[in-house]
Ligand binder design. Structure first.
Ligand SMILES: [Zn+2]
Length: 314
């Protein structure tokens, strides 16, 4: 009897563990954002000691999910980025993309991306605070939120029992704030042939959902297949589809290479590029809903039997 009870308890534990693995977890999102947007990370400015620490953190998570390294040196793809908005002595800086792969042996790959750098202590330009130089810009929404989303989607798909009919490539981009440098570098030096990419989904600032405006899903016009993919998509949040392939974030680099894109974005707010973009201001419940929506979109992309066609929108 005792043994049977023990067996039942073990079964229950296994089931709970299995159920947990199949969900986007708010506790994980919080853990990532509070880590990346902590004052100790000093705003993750490109070339700083702290942004390399953030890169280590992402790499460790990728490793934990058993993603295959798909950079040029393990998970890393290193490049140089230039500070050009302001004059500084150290204007040429080292940066990394962190790249992990779920290889399902498929012909086509879906790319999921988010940048993890931010403005540091305001010395690289772009701060909206006129007295921002020297202040830590935590960048919780921009873009610890997207990075946390990237990590949770990577964890989710890596624990999926069924083999998907597509491969998945997860990229945490460096040096976005210096002009989309990491994503441009990747599309110029891809670690997997670009023609094998069916679509790219980018997350930049997805933490400040405003129910009046809804979530912006940009890039809907870049393939005739997006309307098919979105046909049965339901979400507990409001979302607005707009056509443009071009936009102020990393999906633009892929769009320019004729790859269908989507850009998920909860919009501007008074803390945008300010030292006050902090972790406690993130709407974690809405963030989870956005990721659930993305999960459904990715799953529908993987139901397409052919590579998506591409349309220029502007
Ligand atoms: Zn930004």
């Amino acid at each position: 009897m005792k043994n049977i009870n023990l067996f039942l308890i073990l079964c229950l534990l296994c089931l709970t563990k299995y159920a947990q693995a199949q969900q986007i977890e708010i506790s994980n999102l919080k853990k990532h954002i509070y880590y990346l947007a902590d004052d100790k990370m000093k705003g993750r400015g490109t070339g700083s000691k702290e942004v390399f620490k953030a890169a280590d953190y992402i790499e460790k998570e990728f490793k934990k999910y058993k993603l295959q390294p798909k950079g040029e040196n393990g998970y890393r793809q290193s490049f140089k980025a230039k500070v050009w908005k302001v004059k500084v002595a150290d204007s040429i800086r080292d940066a990394d993309n962190i790249i992990g792969f779920i290889d399902n042996g498929a012909a086509l790959t879906v790319v999921i991306g988010a940048h993890y750098d931010h403005l540091g202590t305001g010395h690289q330009g772009s701060s909206k605070d006129s007295l921002g130089v020297g202040k830590i810009h935590n960048g919780a929404d921009d873009n610890a939120s997207g990075t946390a989303g990237l990590l949770e989607l990577a964890r989710y798909f890596s624990t999926n029992k069924e083999k998907e009919p597509y491969n998945l490539l997860f990229i945490a981009f460096g040096a976005e704030e210096l002009g989309l440098v990491g994503s441009k570098y990747f599309t110029e030096h891809p670690t997997l042939p670009l023609e094998k990419i069916t679509a790219m989904l980018n997350m930049d600032m997805i933490g400040r959902y405003n129910p009046d405006n809804g979530l912006a899903v940009i890039g809907y016009g870049t393939s005739s297949q997006w309307p098919i993919i979105f046909k049965d998509i339901q979400a507990p949040i409001k979302f607005n589809l707009s056509k443009d392939g071009n936009g102020g974030s990393d999906q633009t680099s892929f769009y320019k290479k004729n790859i269908p894109v989507l850009f998920f974005h909860t919009g501007g707010h008074p803390d945008y590029h300010m030292p006050t973009d902090d972790a406690e201001k993130i709407d974690y419940q809405a963030l989870k809903s956005i990721l659930d929506l993305e999960k459904s979109v990715i799953e529908n992309v993987m139901k397409q039997s052919n590579k998506m066609d591409f349309i220029w929108t502007n």
